[in-house]
Structures are given as structure tokens and as C-alpha cells.
Design a protein. Structure first.
Length: 252
């Protein structure tokens, strides 16, 4: 089964910021996800949900060019992106925030941002507008920050690269619910203020759908539910069944 997340209004927008057409991917010879179709407009947030092992992270890594695709296409602003080439994906504006954050823990907050800054792009201190909590940590080593602050820094470091599409993996991992809620709010603000599209891989289905415009649910590598976030949020029971691998939703 495939499904399409159509966030563009066909009467006003002809080109999606991010588009996947029958995209498949995995590691080695195994497919972790298959035939994923999606369209995401600038400034919109897509929540990618699903149980453990559903293929969510593999989808993000494939979009970021860190894994080769095994079929289908990825398009950014209508231009086809060659798979398996992280430098090309980065040049096309795809920026990944990995679940382990990958910060330089011995370097200060400022230096973590400096190494990612682009010529002509925002200066590190400009990121404090979006992440004011980092100001009082500015000179501290990233490794000395709390989990929530580290996640903010990881997001700020992605944002300083002026992404067209921000790919965020398990932003909430290991964080207190209150911090998670704040981060989700910030994601919505980033999409609106910076006009970038955000693909948000998450386990916290309810919070993610509250922050997203659209949702897509993977189960066993296949899209089993997709549509406006508000509609998916109204199907929490079906979502929960998927998480517990209910037989009716097995994609085979
Ligand atoms: N490093 C790896 N080597 C081989 N197979 C892997 C590796 N990482 C994940 N897989 C396999 O790929 C499939 C998809 O995993 P993936 O991590 O994309 O799922 P996920 O939906 O992100 O799950 P989770 O929420 O637990 O992170 C699973 O069958 C998993 O066992």
C-alpha cells in the first residue's frame, strides 16, 4: 500500500519543496521501506510515525544521502537528487539532525555553530533569536549542556546551514515531556519563520501530530496511513494498534 501526503494546493503551487516518488531504501540487500510517496510544501511540517523498526530512520538517512536509495526518486524544488551522495543532498538544502545529535562535545556552543556556519549566512548569535536558552551557555562546552540544550544546539547548528528541508530524527529522545513540548513548538516556528520544510521522525505521536501539518505512518516499511495531521490525530486508536502490530494493519 502506498499513500500520498499532499500538502501543496495544486491550484496555487506547482512544485513541492520535497517530493518522494515510490522511494525505497535499506541497508545491504534488505529493504527497510518501500514505495514511499510524499509531497511537502515550503514551511510545512511532516510527522513520520510508526513502531520500532518501521523504517523511519532509514528513510531520513536515505533522504540525507547517507544511504543509497533502492528505487524511486527524491526531488527538491522539482530537481531530482542523486541518491547516496550526502554532499549533493547537503548542497540541495537537505540538513539532518541525527538522533544522537553528533555535537562536538569538547567545543563551546559558539564554536559548534561557527564550524557549521556558511559564508553569507546567519552569524552564530543570530540563532539565539530561535534558541534564547543557549545564551547563558554560550561559552560552555557542548558536552556540559543538558539533553534539552544539546538538542537545541543540534537544531541551531542545522538551522545555521539555511536548510530548505530539515530532517529531524527522534528529537524527543531521552528528554523530559516539558522540554519536548517546547521543542515541538520551536519546530513549527522554524518552519514558519524560515520557510523550510521539516520532516520529523517521532515516537511521541500525539505531540508530533499537534506540531505537524501532515502525518505519515510507516509500518514494516510501508506507508499504512497518511494525511492531514489533524485527521491522523483523530485516529489515535488505529495508530496505537499499529504500534502494537495489530494483524489488520500488517503490511506484509
Ligand atoms: N545498522 C543497521 N544495520 C542493519 N540493519 C539495520 C541497521 N539499522 C536498522 N536496521 C534495520 O532496518 C530496519 C528499519 O530500521 P529503522 O531504524 O529505520 O526503523 P525505525 O522506524 O527508525 O525504528 P526506531 O524507532 O526503533 O529507530 C529494521 O529492520 C532494522 O533492524
Amino acid at each position: 500500500m502506498t499513500a500520498t501526503v499532499e500538502t501543496t494546493n495544486p491550484t496555487t503551487t506547482t512544485t513541492a519543496r520535497l517530493e518522494c516518488v515510490k522511494l525505497s531504501g535499506g541497508r545491504g540487500s534488505a529493504l527497510a521501506f518501500r514505495d514511499v510517496d510524499l509531497k511537502l510544501a515550503p514551511g510545512k511540517v511532516l510527522a513520520v510515525l510508526g513502531p520500532n523498526g518501521a523504517g523511519k530512520t532509514t528513510l531520513l538517512l536515505t533522504l540525507a544521502g547517507l544511504l543509497p536509495s533502492k528505487g524511486g526518486n527524491v526531488l527538491v524544488d522539482g530537481a531530482r537528487l542523486r541518491g547516496g551522495r550526502p554532499a549533493l543532498a547537503s548542497r540541495a538544502g537537505l540538513v539532518l539532525v541525527p538522533d544522537n545529535r553528533c555535537l562536538f562535545v569538547g567545543m563551546s556552543v559558539e564554536d559548534n555553530l561557527k564550524v557549521a556556519a556558511k559564508r553569507g549566512g546567519p552569524k552564530p548569535r543570530e540563532l539565539l533569536e530561535t534558541f534564547p536558552a543557549l545564551e547563558r551557555r554560550w561559552d560552555l562546552a557542548a558536552g556540559a549542556l543538558s539533553g534539552g540544550e544539546q538538542q537545541m544546539l543540534a537544531m541551531a547548528r542545522a538551522l545555521i546551514q539555511q536548510p530548505k528541508v530539515l530532517l529531524v530524527d527522534e528529537m524527543s529522545l531521552g528528554l523530559a515531556p516539558l522540554i519536548v513540548e517546547q521543542l515541538f513548538e520551536t519546530v513549527g516556528k522554524i518552519a514558519r519563520d524560515h520557510g523550510c520544510s521539516v520532516v520529523l521522525v517521532e515516537q511521541y505521536a500525539k505531540l508530533a501530530l499537534d506540531a505537524a501539518d501532515d502525518g505519515l505512518v510507516l509500518s514494516r516499511g510501508r506507508v499504512v496511513l497518511a494525511g492531514p495531521a489533524g485527521e491522523l490525530a483523530g485516529q489515535v486508536e488505529r495508530l496505537e494498534n499499529l504500534y502494537f502490530d495489530a494483524p489488520e494493519d500488517k503490511a506484509g
